[in-house]
Design a protein around this ligand. Structure first.
Ligand code: UTP
Length: 325
């Protein structure tokens, strides 16, 4: 029996290999990379809690210890800060351990996002639930998840977040074929394609890392064969759900026009840190004038040569040109 009631659980897949960030992610999940002074994953858990989802299931893989430890008490650190009387830092350390009701499940082999979501089946049961990708940050000033929960409550369908991207970037995402609805920011999804090239993309609407899924997704995922890259793709399961609205409820999209940072991508990660730090009361006032000066100097300087580690450590050091932007 499907429970159409309020969504209470958030699932955060954080078991990917994070190969784009090697060697930083050799012994640490990419979701633990700091964005200013918090790991990316903490922004994501805070977003879930802020939307009323206190029950958080994290899907972890190898190197899971750092993730679990971050959301647990650290008695040694607490003692040291208490002795020093550093209450401000003590609060910061304690905050992540009381933030949410955290649960963990292992994925084993990282066989794709669809496979990671399927690992949540036991914990979630037959309820609609939210999925928040652990390396995707939505700015806390933009209420995307709350809006998606409202749409889910009204329509009782699965809901995904969509972002309009330039055609040359659509090959990095799942792309949605859509039909308008009576609401400006809501569309009905008629089809989905994982990472299409620009000329085969059904639209410029890219699926980003927020989903509210009906439990039928588990039934579909169990039958979903490995797709692109030999992985079980969530996009393929959503495509099947969009095609069979009679028993899955179909899939709708909420068009997001706010700020989103993909911290799994090196360039976006750097941009995220700068953008979030500029807006911070404690860092912004000093960072802004420094950034202006730095950018002005860039305008005058030609690209510089920097040294990069060779692929073969015994080989010659290669050089790359840092282009002027
Ligand atoms: P990505 O495709 O961005 O993660 O998955 P990745 O495979 O770790 O990245 P690269 O390309 O190798 O750098 C998006 C989210 O889904 C999780 C990731 O941890 C990330 O939060 N994921 C992905 C899993 O939990 N399991 C998987 O098998 C794949």
């Amino acid at each position: 029996m499907v429970n159409h009631d309020r969504v209470t659980k958030a699932v955060i897949p954080a078991a990917g290999l994070g190969t784009r960030f090697l060697p930083a992610t050799k012994a640490m999940p990419k979701e633990m990379l700091p964005v200013v002074d918090k790991p990316a994953i903490q922004y994501v858990v805070e977003e879930a809690v802020d939307a009323g989802l206190h029950d958080v299931l994290m899907v972890t893989g190898r190197n899971k210890n750092a993730l679990e430890n971050h959301f647990d008490r650290n008695a040694e650190l607490e003692d040291a800060l208490t002795k020093k009387g550093d209450t401000a830092r003590l609060q910061k350390v304690n905050y992540s351990s009381v933030l949410a009701d955290m649960h963990y499940v292992r994925q084993g082999d990282p066989m794709g996002l669809g496979h990671a979501v399927l690992r949540a089946q036991m914990h979630v049961g037959r309820e609609p639930f939210a999925v928040l990708l652990g390396d995707d940050i939505i700015d806390a000033r933009d209420d995307l998840l709350k809006r998606m929960l409202t749409v889910q409550a009204q329509r009782h369908t699965s809901v995904v977040a969509l972002l309009e991207v330039p055609p040359e970037s659509i090959h990095l995402y799942g792309a949605a074929a859509v039909e308008p609805t009576d609401e400006d920011d809501v569309v009905r999804i008629t089809g989905l394609v994982e990472k299409p090239d620009a000329e085969h993309a059904p639209s410029n609407y890219a699926v980003i890392g927020r989903y509210i899924l009906r439990p039928e997704v588990f039934d579909v995922l169990e039958r979903t064969k490995p797709g692109r890259g030999g992985e079980i793709q969530l996009t393929d399961a959503l495509q099947s759900m969009a095609e069979a609205p009679d028993w899955t409820g179909g899939v709708y999209g909420v068009v997001f026009r706010g700020r989103r940072y993909d911290t799994g991508d090196r360039l976006d990660y750097i941009k995220a840190i700068v953008q979030l730090a500029v807006d911070r009361e404690d860092l912004g006032p000093e960072l802004r004038p420094w950034l202006r000066e730095f950018a002005a100097e860039l305008d005058d300087k030609p690209g510089e040569i920097v040294e990069e580690m060779p692929a073969d450590p015994t080989g010659p050091i290669s050089t790359i040109r840092v282009e002027d932007h």
